[in-house]
Design a protein around this ligand. Structure first.
Ligand SMILES: Nc1ncnc2c1ncn2[C@@H]1O[C@H](COP(=O)(O)OP(=O)(O)OP(=O)(O)O)[C@@H](O)[C@H]1O
Length: 260
């Protein structure tokens, strides 16, 4: 059984790339069991923040703690091992079937070694069967069970995005980091994905930190919203309060004018 969701506390995180401050002392807390959105105009630092949380980038300063454990400096697989799984802005799947991709998500939970698996020793076979069963349940939860033994390549964009989320859930995380889960989807797929995200929290009890440009989705789903602009946190609160915040409105309007 997965351990209960815990608090993610981001404190004063700074990331500098050769002269550019991508994150400037950013702080926010993702409450256990909540859906928390991280939003902001293009280049605000959202992906950089995800990369710090998942161990891809090392922060220049500040701290990230999950369930009281310091994450900064840990490699991605150790962070995943603590129960934090992520998806990417662009779908990253390996060739093979849906099942193959989901079993990769189970890898960190497998106790049988490579040799006993390769020799198909009974214990390893039983373990593989159990993991496959759980992967199937998760595929079913995501609505992609019908494709379980099919190659991922020909699947629709929406279904491939679901495979990616299912693979992250196969790690049995306590916190799921979703990077733009509805980007590139049509309105029907977006609504279905919003319902899925809500179900992940409601039925699996997993906390979710979501980066998303679709404001309708953010406002409908999120309990709390943190807004970044040019690497700084400019607002943090309920969707309603953030939506009314003059600095947030100015940040979004300003960027629209720039790109007009
Ligand atoms: N590896 C890197 N090296 C140098 N600069 C980077 C790197 N990654 C991001 N940046 C810069 O850091 C800033 C923040 O980028 P980031 O991708 O985190 O923003 P974002 O909010 O995710 O944007 P978008 O909504 O467009 O995905 C940008 O100015 C970007 O060019």
């Amino acid at each position: 059984m997965t351990a209960a969701a815990a608090e993610l506390r981001v404190e004063g995180v700074t990331v500098r790339f050769a002269g550019l401050t991508a994150l400037d002392e950013v702080s926010f807390t993702v409450a256990p069991g909540s859906i928390h959105a991280l939003i902001g105009p293009n280049g605000a630092g959202k992906s950089t923040c995800f990369n710090v949380l998942s161990g891809v980038y090392r922060a220049t300063g500040g701290s990230v703690r999950y369930d009281g454990r310091e994450l900064t400096g840990l490699p991605p697989h150790r962070i995943a091992g603590l129960g934090i799984a992520r998806t990417f802005q662009n779908i990253v799947l390996t060739a093979g079937t849906v099942a193959d991709n989901l079993m990769l998500g189970r890898h960190g939970l497998t106790t049988a070694g490579f040799t006993s698996t390769a020799l198909r020793l009974p214990k390893a076979v039983r373990e593989q069967r159990r993991h496959r069963q759980r992967a199937y349940e998760i595929a079913d939860f995501l609505g992609i069970a019908a494709h379980f033994d099919q190659p991922v390549g020909p699947l629709s964009y929406g279904d491939r995005k679901r495979v990616e989320i299912a693979r992250a859930l196969c790690m049995e995380p306590r916190l799921l980091l979703l990077d733009e889960p509805v980007a590139g989807m049509n309105p029907t797929e977006r609504l279905a994905m919003a319902a899925t995200v809500a179900a992940v929290r409601a039925e699996l009890g997993i906390s979710i930190l979501i980066v998303e440009h679709d404001m309708g989705m953010v406002m409908r789903l999120a309990d709390a919203v943190t807004v970044l602009d040019f690497g700084r946190r400019i607002a943090d609160g309920t969707p309603e309060s953030v939506q009314r915040d003059p600095e947030v409105i100015a940040a979004y309007l300003g960027r629209q004018e720039e790109s007009a």
